[in-house]
Design a protein around this ligand. Structure first.
Ligand SMILES: C[C@H](O)[C@H](O)[C@H]1CNC2=NC(N)=NC(=O)C2=N1
Length: 96
């Protein structure tokens, strides 16, 4: 089920397919260093569109041109399939 928290082994297996991501059963994260602050904001804007479509929203930390996305499913209390799927989609949106 998409809304069931994953075990530590399942999170590890998921992260093995997402080399840019790290984390554990409490959350997974990726930091992207964009080319500039406007490029970082543009990336966040692209992620916002897919997050809203999925009704699944990352925690986002923006520091100049570094953006950290942290994914967990708050309603489930951990990492779910939804987080791995969104991580994979975020990867497709990182262009610089
Ligand atoms: C009511 C609304 O659907 C929920 O609050 C959704 C919205 N977006 C969400 N995003 C994330 N990352 N985790 C959630 O549990 C979550 N819940």
């Amino acid at each position: 089920m998409a809304n069931t928290t994953l075990s530590a082994d399942e999170v590890t297996a998921g992260l093995a397919k997402l080399p840019e991501w790290s984390g554990d059963t409490s959350g997974i994260r990726r930091t992207v260093e964009a080319a500039s602050f406007p490029a970082a904001i543009a990336l966040v804007d692209r992620v916002a569109v897919v997050a809203e479509q999925r009704d699944h929203h990352p925690d986002i930390d923006i520091r100049w041109r570094k953006v950290t996305f942290t994914l967990s499913t708050h309603s489930a209390g951990g990492v779910t399939r939804k987080d791995l799927d969104l991580a994979s989609e975020i990867d497709t949106l990182v262009t610089d």
